[in-house]
Write a protein that binds this ligand. Structure first.
Ligand code: AMP
Ligand code: ZN
Length: 119
């Protein structure tokens, strides 16, 4: 499995930094965001290191597992019916802080319009 020494989320996968796990498979880990921006805010990550979602573009099976896990998280969190949002920040303009692929799963409240730079 690809890992990166200085990567925060690789350390979480390795168990070196504690996390509040919601769901886990052999290839995917989902845990609560440490600074939640919605009533439900879970991060879904591949256990194998990739910097951004863009780098996974050719990896259909891995992407399918990642998004299937987002759906499973929504089911476990009880927001499947009320609705939720999946977001992945890619690069500087999106404000990506952690360069290990992660999907934000947000819900448990009305989220309003998709956040953008205007309005
Ligand atoms: P992004 O800005 O898309 O790169 O999102 C990174 C997310 O990681 C932010 O929402 C942070 O609150 C979250 N985060 C940072 N450190 C931790 C941690 N140790 N455990 C859980 N979430 C974290
Ligand atoms: Zn990593």
């Amino acid at each position: 499995m690809a890992t990166s020494n200085d990567c925060l989320f690789c350390k979480i996968v390795a168990g070196e930094i504690p996390n509040d796990t919601v769901y886990e498979t052999d290839t995917v880990l989902a845990f609560r965001d440490i600074t939640p921006r919605a009533n439900t805010h879970v991060l879904v990550i591949p256990k194998s290191h990739q910097d951004t979602l863009a780098q996974m573009a050719g990896e259909g099976a891995d992407l399918a597992e990642l998004f299937a896990a987002c759906g499973e998280v929504a089911r476990l969190e009880g927001i499947e019916e009320s609705g939720y949002r999946v977001v992945s920040n890619v690069g500087p303009d999106a404000g990506q802080e952690v360069f290990h692929v992660h999907i934000h799963v947000l819900g448990g409240q009305n989220l309003g319009p998709v956040a953008a730079g205007r309005g």
